[in-house]
Design a protein. Structure first.
Length: 85
């Protein structure tokens, strides 16, 4: 990489950082800051809280122990070398 292209890259990065700094706002109060931060968080998705089992045998054993039904979600992986169970 030449010196001039390195300088141009550094200048472009500096300008981008300066420009993005203007987009940052300071919150008026701690409550406003908290509200802004909460708005940035992804929504709560119930399926992410499920204790998923990646091994069918472990899932069957757990379902039997808890006397609960099984939901089987199958996905054919493109990598045949990957083994989870």
């Amino acid at each position: 990489m030449s010196t001039s292209s390195s300088r141009n890259s550094t200048l472009a990065l500096a300008l981008a950082l300066i420009g993005s700094a203007g987009a940052l706002r300071s919150a008026d109060s701690p409550e406003a800051l908290r509200a802004e931060l909460l708005a940035l968080q992804p929504p709560k998705l119930v399926w992410r809280e499920i204790d998923w089992n990646y091994c069918l045998l472990d899932g069957i054993a757990k379902a039997r122990a808890e006397k609960k039904p099984i939901l089987l979600w199958a996905f054919i992986n493109s990598d045949p070398a990957e083994e989870r169970c």
